[in-house]
Design a protein. Structure first.
Length: 153
């Protein structure tokens, strides 16, 4: 799995919506400016997330977007699978997007075995991480002194 720019922008937009969770909507322009995401691209991403039931929208002058469910009920795996497809690094171990591999014996392939462990670890983390977790990290990092660019949480 490799997260595309589209996926990164979606998660950043969902973080903003998670921080503002409630009955009010957040305008696309506000998300675009806060996260430095091109507005047209953000519109496409949010429309796609709406079709998946992840966000809701209100049209008109006072329109915008909000989360369709509480932030702690939206797993990151759902968002990423919807936008990116498989979480698995190779198709032959994907549970939802399986692709036949060219190995002579798929069940005894050492690469497949290792990549299955990678897929399981990624899936476990993303299934148990939610938009609320992104929000909590955003708040925590915002309140810390400047960190070096190579800082890893």
């Amino acid at each position: 799995m490799k997260l595309s720019v589209r996926g990164k922008y979606a998660l950043r937009a969902l973080t903003v919506l998670g921080e503002s969770y409630g009955p009010e909507v957040v305008r696309i322009q506000a998300i675009s400016e806060q996260q430095n995401i091109p507005k047209r691209f953000l519109e496409q991403i949010l429309f796609d997330l709406k079709s998946a039931g992840i966000v809701e929208s209100r049209r008109g002058v006072a329109g915008g977007y909000r989360l369709a469910a509480p932030p702690d009920k939206i797993p990151l795996a759902k968002v990423i699978r919807h936008l990116e497809g498989a979480l698995a690094p190779v198709g032959c171990i994907s549970e939802r997007f399986y692709e036949k591999c060219s190995c002579p014996d798929e069940l005894k392939c050492p690469l497949r075995s290792i990549m299955k462990e990678v897929r399981d670890a990624i899936a476990n983390i993303l299934e148990h991480s939610t938009v609320a977790d992104l929000v909590a990290r955003a708040v925590k990092l915002r309140n810390q002194p400047d960190l070096p660019l190579d800082y890893v949480i």
